[in-house]
Design a protein around this ligand. Structure first.
Ligand SMILES: Nc1ncnc2c1ncn2[C@@H]1O[C@H](COP(=O)(O)OP(=O)(O)OP(=O)(O)O)[C@@H](O)[C@H]1O
Length: 245
């Protein structure tokens, strides 16, 4: 099977008493292995819910999610936890490194949690590519924001995950540092075939990806191959205009 991630008619409805919010509305999407996909859309359009359902952090109300050959949506909580540890990598806006651990121990933490033996050559290669191989003995607070995000990215790749999910990975960084992180992400895609899904508000960030998914009201409104920052800004502006009218 070629798709690293597949969603088939996925719906997510949040219920609170009488109130029901349709966060995802029968959404289908295929992410080919080795591709870099961005997910864009206005606030509340369902981007985080899509990512949470796709990564096994949450379960859809209906529809199915596959990561590789595994149907995530059928797994119980224990098996989903194992899947998240072994097949999925996460990168967050706030880095989420453990302050008390060295960078080295942060990077190997997912391996220890998954009970997977560490591959020192792979970790060394990743640290060199990320340009932080000389910082592994430090604690996260002794690193710049960009260096912390590089460490978080290596941590996500350490288990050789099927898919890396990045949630606004450059949201806390200045433009120049962001460009460095995005260059590193796309290098990991190009060099190691790392399938990556990135949620972002920033058309400049999305322009680094192979395809941009444009969401509105829990559904996909368009998929832009080879996106440019200008093209995406125009498409998102048009969507905002439609919502105002
Ligand atoms: N736990 C929840 N309970 C109830 N409604 C929720 C919950 N989580 C999300 N929603 C609703 O689902 C819809 C989609 O939310 P989601 O967080 O996926 O959007 P988003 O596109 O990621 O937004 P943002 O860009 O602001 O992060 C919104 O209407 C939101 O209010």
């Amino acid at each position: 099977m070629n798709a690293a991630l597949r969603l088939d008619r996925v719906s997510k409805v949040y219920r609170d008493g009488e109130e029901a919010t349709v966060a995802l509305d029968g959404l289908s999407l295929e992410v080919p292995r080795g591709s870099f996909l961005s997910v864009m859309g206005p606030s509340g359009s369902g981007k985080s819910t899509l990512m949470h359902c796709a990564a096994g952090l949450d379960t859809p109300t209906s529809g199915t999610v596959h990561i590789g050959d595994t149907e995530v949506s059928r797994l119980n909580e224990t098996k989903r936890t194992l899947l998240r540890r072994g097949k999925v990598g996460f990168v967050f806006q706030s880095y989420n490194l453990v302050p008390a651990l060295t960078v080295q121990d942060n990077i190997t933490l997912p391996l220890r949690l998954a009970g997977t033996p560490s591959d020192p050559a792979w970790l060394r290669l990743l640290a060199e590519r990320a340009g932080i191989d000389h910082l592994l003995h430090r604690r996260p607070a002794q690193l710049s924001g960009g260096q912390q995000q590089r460490a978080a990215l290596i941590r996500a790749l350490a288990v050789r995950p099927e898919v890396v999910f990045a949630d606004e990975p450059t949201g806390a960084l200045d433009m120049e540092t962001s460009a460095g992180i995005l260059a590193l992400l796309s290098e990991m895609v190009a060099e190691f075939g790392q399938t990556t899904v990135m949620v972002t508000h920033d058309p400049v960030a999305a322009a680094w990806t192979h395809r941009a998914v444009l969401m509105a009201d829990g559904a996909i409104r368009g998929i832009v191959p080879g996106p440019t920052a200008e093209g995406l800004a125009g498409a998102l502006g048009a969507e905002r205009g439609r919502r105002v009218l």
